[in-house]
Design a protein around this ligand. Structure first.
Ligand code: HPA
Length: 271
């Protein structure tokens, strides 16, 4: 990612607000409602920002919301970009670098995911301990800009243990049962086959989805602390004897939204 590309996007946002957000939050499918609770909010449509791709998926609003949440300055991505929409991996890193340049230090990444671990049930929330990049592509391929980060970023602690501990404590206090596991990214947009899900289980995946990994790689590249939370919206293909569809994903994420909101609210308060 070219430094000038990022600066151009950041300058546009800086022309609208000089709030310095310290926490970035990416809201996954059906989880966008938290953005309604932001105080003193400024909304900036992705389509107005130079160089940003356009979000095309149902359930993704396509805008940055900047303001106060739980007493902190935050920037929320209400809707994200996916590889399966035809975006390059490199472009998926742009919003992360924009948030970094605006002042973000901690990034909370959320998504809807299929449960591969059979101890999970739809509606569970899972803290992402680690991930598997099953896309065989990487947002950092290409020229590296040392200003942003190193050529070979360390990924041995991609998800911050400190933030995981905060999330566990907060969920305990809220009486929300939270799972932990490994997130594996497939390109999508089709859901997986039952054979692929059996493979993912053997490889160590607990949940499967079509996002998050490129963003977390970029976040580690530019030294953000990352917390990842998956909302298990369905059991992955072949685990239950029923077909998968996006409406079910949206319905379950809608059902967990209150718990999810409380959790994010208190985590932000504790960071
Ligand atoms: N597979 C991939 N992505 C998903 C799923 C799934 O089962 N559910 C929600 N996002």
């Amino acid at each position: 990612m070219d430094n000038n590309t990022i600066i151009k996007s950041v300058e546009y946002i800086r022309g609208i607000t000089d709030i310095v957000p310290k926490i970035g939050i990416i809201l996954g499918s059906g989880l966008g409602e938290i953005a309604e609770d932001i105080e003193n909010k400024i909304i900036i449509k992705y389509s107005d920002i130079p160089n940003m791709p356009i979000s095309t998926v149902k359930g993704h609003a396509g805008q940055f919301v900047i303001g106060e949440f739980s007493g902190k300055n935050v920037i929320i991505m209400q809707g994200r970009f996916h590889y399966y929409e035809g975006n390059s991996m490199e472009l998926l890193a742009l919003p992360i670098y924009i948030m970094k340049y605006l002042g973000v230090e901690n990034l909370i990444v959320t998504n809807a995911a299929g449960g591969v671990n059979t101890n999970f049930v739809p509606g569970d929330l899972m803290l992402i301990k680690d991930h598997i990049n099953f896309v065989f592509n990487n947002p950092l391929i290409g020229k590296n800009h040392e200003k942003i980060g190193s050529r070979f970023p360390d990924m041995s602690c991609a998800y911050s243990e400190k933030l995981i501990d905060i999330a566990k404590e907060v969920s305990n206090n809220l009486n929300i049962n939270i799972k932990e596991g490994v997130y594996l990214m497939m390109t999508g947009p089709c859901y997986e086959t039952p054979a692929e899900i059996r493979m993912i289980r053997i490889l160590g995946g607990d949940a499967v989805g079509m996002s998050t990994v490129p963003e977390v790689i970029a976040a580690n590249h530019c030294n953000l602390e990352v917390l990842g939370i998956s909302c298990i919206t369905n059991m992955a293909a072949g685990i239950l004897n029923k077909p998968l569809d996006h409406a079910e994903v949206m319905e379950i994420s809608y059902k967990v939204k209150d718990n999810f909101k409380k959790l994010i609210n208190d985590i932000v308060g504790e960071i």
